[in-house]
Design a protein around this ligand. Structure first.
Ligand code: HEM
Length: 508
């Protein structure tokens, strides 16, 4: 029987790669600190990248530290694997701001995240203009912002605090990363469609859509690291991670379609009494002719669901991990909260103090703590760009049309040359000036919210949500991280913890 071309290609690639991979793992050669990837015949640096793929962010960090913030890597000829990896702020400014039209995300990025179709998250240039202007208008509407603040605050009071109190009262050890995923899934869905699916509940309902979203990010990472022909062959054969991704796409598309349908049924009611119009994000898209194409609209909503849920829940988990290692930071946050908490003692819900969005807006140290977490643990740790035409970076490196650029945001936070000798220390004070005000740091150095024209339009909303959650938990509970856990990032486009983060709470 004749083997199809794709199967043949896949089998020969695996035959070449598996022995090299095993060799690297057993010999430990890949752990040679700071060394550039080994340039093998035929496969070039691909085996080194593959051998470190389980720990890619730390591997990039070591190599970047040893190579002056930039290095090149390339895989087998014809596989489209010519990489320039950087965490150099001058280069980042060039890529994201000064000459950004020369560095689109590119067609490969859009193929990797095909679930987001031609929506904003996958396109550049003229195609991005209208969707970008639209989402900026939507997210800056005072009505929407007020509604998102209120729903976050209400969710904390009605669901999060009772659940956490239950965990504390029963001495239950639980995974706070999963809890934050549930919390943010509900909040993202409420912001988008005005409907809370109720994943954050004491019964811990099944979270298949949330898991499908994780799969998109995990298989997306795998796709970034493989020659495109390999993962496309696997998709065609419907095997391995691609099979899992296909199922995840179906679950996610069905969920969004169901939410659109339900919201459309309620449309008449909403428009007739004007009570809710414009309060959730979807209402701003309902009658917009630019978004009348169903697939385009659904793809954009999937992108927004990911943007809203993934970033904040990931950051929240890392915050609690960092706070557990740094009790002095916890004390300083509590000191900052004390004047508000004392004023509120009489209005506390039960024995819990609730912080209102307005009250914590000006809390500088709390914001510094969030930024310090985002510096070391950026939820989107790698940015991918393509080179449109040959260019020279401020560092002097030449890049060529068709090259892929990986910007390691994760590594940038860990570079002495960028953040100083104490770059690895968790120190929110680095964000404060002597007069106690917040220090300005340009976005090409603090890239967690992106930089240039494509900077994140949800930054203020995200900061507000995280402040409400962190202030409320830190004030009302002591969070104790279970000892002996192995805390490391998952291989994913989102910096989730591989094994979650188990904690125990005590009421204060
Ligand atoms: C900790 C929280 C957050 C972080 C660290 C973050 C970070 C980012 C980053 C790195 C990008 C660029 C992604 C890319 O290059 O494809 C981005 C884009 C975006 N973010 Fe956020 N984000 C956060 C929260 C949010 C929230 C809560 C919203 C919505 C309310 C939001 C809405 C968006 C949108 C619409 C874009 C696309 C902008 C464009 O392509 O022009 N983000 N964000």
């Amino acid at each position: 029987m004749l083997i199809p071309f794709w199967q043949e290609l896949l089998i020969s690639t695996l035959v070449l790669l598996v022995p090299m991979y095993l060799y690297f793992r057993s010999s430990g050669r890949s752990k040679n600190p700071g060394a550039l990837p080994i340039n093998w015949p035929v496969m070039h640096m691909f085996p080194s990248l593959l051998a470190n793929v389980h720990n890619l962010l730390d591997y990039f960090t070591l190599v970047l530290a040893g190579s002056g913030l930039n290095f090149r890597a390339h895989g087998p000829g014809g596989a489209g694997m010519r990489f320039f990896v950087t965490c150099d702020p001058a280069n980042i400014r060039h890529i994201f701001t000064k000459n950004y039209t020369n560095f689109p995300k590119g067609t490969e990025f859009a193929a990797i995240f095909d679930i987001m179709g031609d929506s904003l998250f996958n396109v550049d240039g003229p195609l991005a203009l209208r969707p970008r202007a639209k989402i900026h208008t939507v997210l800056s509407s005072p009505r929407l912002v007020a509604s998102m603040e209120a729903s976050c605050r209400d969710k904390v009071v009605s669901d999060l605090l009772p659940l956490l109190s239950h965990m504390a009262n029963t001495g239950t050890v639980f995974d706070i990363q999963e809890l934050m995923s549930r919390f943010m899934f509900d909040l993202a869905s409420t912001a988008l469609f005005g409907e809370d699916p109720g994943l954050l509940s004491i019964d811990m309902p099944h979270m298949d859509v949330s898991i499908a979203m994780d799969t998109v990010m995990e298989v997306g990472f795998f796709r970034h690291m493989m020659p495109a022909c390999c993962w496309k062959a696997m998709r065609w054969l419907n095997i391995g991670p691609e099979r899992k991704l296909g199922a995840a796409h179906t679950i996610l598309r069905d969920f969004i379609a169901k939410m659109i349908e339900r919201r459309n049924i309620n449309k008449g009611h909403v428009n007739s009494d004007h009570e809710q119009e414009g309060v959730d994000i979807f209402s701003s898209y309902i009658n917009d002719p630019d978004f009348s194409d169903y697939d385009f609209l659904r793809a954009g909503l999937i992108g927004l669901m990911l943007a809203l849920r993934d970033t904040v829940r990931t950051t929240l988990s890392w915050i609690f991990y960092n706070l557990a290692q740094n009790p002095d930071v916890v004390s300083t946050i509590r000191n900052e909260l004390t004047p508000i908490a004392l004023r509120k003692a009489s209005t506390a819900v039960g024995d819990m103090v609730i912080f209102e969005p307005e009250e914590i807006k000006s809390m500088v140290y709390l914001r510094a703590t969030l930024y310090e977490t985002l510096r070391l643990y950026p939820p989107a740790p790698l940015e991918r760009k393509t080179v449109a035409t040959d260019d020279i970076m401020p560092s002097g490196h030449k890049v060529h049309s068709g090259d892929t650029i990986f910007v390691s945001i994760y590594s940038m936070g860990r570079m002495e040359g960028v953040w100083g000798k104490d770059c690895l220390n968790y120190n929110p004070h680095r964000w404060l000036l002597e007069d106690g005000k917040l220090r300005y740091v340009p976005s090409h150095k603090f890239l967690s919210f992106n930089s240039g024209p494509r900077i994140c339009p949800g930054k203020d909303i995200a900061v507000m949500q995280m402040k409400i959650v962190v202030a409320t938990i830190v004030w009302n509970f002591d969070v104790e991280v279970t000892e002996g856990q192995s805390i490391r990032p998952k291989s994913s486009c989102i910096l989730q913890m591989k094994n979650g983060l188990t904690v125990k709470l005590k009421k204060r």
